[in-house]
Design a protein around this ligand. Structure first.
Ligand SMILES: CC(C)(COP(=O)(O)OP(=O)(O)OC[C@H]1O[C@@H](n2cnc3c(N)ncnc32)[C@H](O)[C@@H]1OP(=O)(O)O)[C@@H](O)C(=O)NCCC(=O)NCCS
Length: 151
């Protein structure tokens, strides 16, 4: 997206991230979860910035050679303009540089926007975890991207 740059997560981003987080997820992460990402040895976490404004973020944990997507969100006013896709490309490219060769994630079965995004990137449905999400007992779709591209 024009005017957007990507940076690794820093503690100064977290207050703005929390504003996006609380309007994006049924079970939002607390501040401590984002703080933990700063020192987590397996974390790759990218923030999208427009000037000094945080407009999106995406994180993975690299476990063995797998990039597990832990979170992604785009500021609501900027959705549907390609930024979610750019964030995924960015965090997966950085994961590939750290040795990941494939990626997996869980997504709420009713989250059509996210599932469309992942399928458009080549993720395929690999299973269903019934009643996985504690807040509303929604099922989780497990998805895999079997081969990451290197930049
Ligand atoms: C999921 C999310 C990150 C997508 O970000 P975005 O910037 O809107 O996505 P993009 O504009 O890059 O769109 C990517 C693809 O998804 C599709 N898409 C986006 N919003 C959609 C919607 N509401 N319905 C259907 N498809 C949608 C786009 O058409 C695009 O597909 P294409 O490349 O085939 O055209 C964003 O909707 C969001 O922050 N949602 C709340 C948090 C969330 O649900 N995170 C995922 C948890 S697993």
């Amino acid at each position: 997206m024009k005017g957007v740059r990507f940076e690794p997560l820093a503690s100064g981003h977290i207050a703005q991230i929390l504003e996006i987080e609380k309007v994006s997820h049924g079970s939002p992460w607390h501040e401590r979860s984002f703080q933990n990402e700063l020192s987590h040895a397996h974390s790759v976490f990218v923030v999208a910035l427009k000037g000094t404004d945080v407009v999106g973020y995406a994180g993975v944990w690299i476990l063995a050679d797998e990039a597990h997507v832990t979170t992604i969100a785009v500021q609501p006013e900027l959705r549907g303009q390609g930024l979610g896709r750019e964030l995924m490309d960015e965090v997966l490219a950085r994961s590939a540089e750290r040795g990941a060769v494939c990626s997996t994630l869980e997504v709420r079965a009713g989250n059509e926007a996210a599932i469309h995004l992942y399928e458009s990137m080549g993720y395929v449905r690999a299973g269903l975890r019934k009643g996985y999400y504690p807040d509303n007992k929604e099922d989780a779709v497990v998805m895999w991207l079997h081969q990451l591209e290197k930049k």
